[in-house]
Design a protein. Structure first.
Lengths: 110, 110
């Protein structure tokens, strides 16, 4: 089974902090994605990557950046956390078909 | 632009059937369906591709009308385990980037 592991289940950070969310997949998938999930809004795409060192903006990239130095790892960076970035963050990976999601990181910015 | 799902919520008695619809304003390459149980990650159910190919869960059925830019998920003889939020995700361009709908909450009761 493909496994997508997100490093933290819950995180509490202060406004203005730099925050790193890590995601690792173990099935050699080319494609990796970061979404945030908010009630009533569904899942919204922040950034994605189809290859190492490659990244593309999704629908809501403002305030975020990403890093993909190795194929299995895709990191989401909040440069200066703000309260409106309080959310559930989901990482996913895929080859050509369905996504496999990680368990999510619930981030609270205070 | 996110695809529109309907209904937003539905309550069924065990054994009843339900249809969840997903409609896009853009031409579709493929449609994915996922189910998310409370506190868990979304789980891939099915992918429907342009041209009629389908891959996924053997007990789930779905349709894809390319002309109308719509897909429907059919849940028959519902079981308690079908409860959760169902999301459709659409691919409207090259690659495998999904735009998700806002979800349909399904509750199956005894």
């Amino acid at each position: 089974d493909v496994k997508v592991t997100q490093s933290s289940r819950y995180l509490v950070k202060r406004t203005g902090e730099k925050v790193f969310l890590e995601c690792v997949q173990d099935m050699d998938h080319e494609n990796m994605f970061w979404y945030r999930q908010d009630p009533g809004l569904g899942l919204r795409l922040i950034y994605f990557s189809y290859d190492v060192k490659m990244k593309e903006k999704g629908d809501i990239p403002e305030g975020y950046s990403v890093s993909r130095e190795k194929k299995e790892r895709f990191s989401l960076i909040l440069e200066s956390a703000s309260t409106n970035q309080t959310s559930m963050y989901l990482c996913a990976s895929s080859r050509t078909d369905g996504y496999t999601f990680g368990s999510g990181t619930r981030l609270t910015v205070v | 632009q996110q695809p529109v799902q309907s209904p937003q919520a539905v309550i069924l008695r065990e054994g009843e059937d339900a249809v969840i619809n997903c409609s896009s304003s853009k031409a579709l390459y493929s449609v994915h369906w996922y189910r998310q149980k409370h506190g868990e990650a979304p789980v891939f159910l099915m992918i429907l591709l342009k041209g009629g190919e389908q891959k996924g869960h053997e007990k789930i059925s779905a349709s894809f009308n390319e002309k109308k830019q719509q897909s429907s998920l059919y849940l028959t003889a519902s079981q308690l385990s079908y409860s959760g939020t169902y999301f459709c995700g659409t691919v409207t361009g090259g690659g495998n980037k999904l735009t998700f709908g806002t979800g349909t909450q399904l509750k199956v009761e005894l």
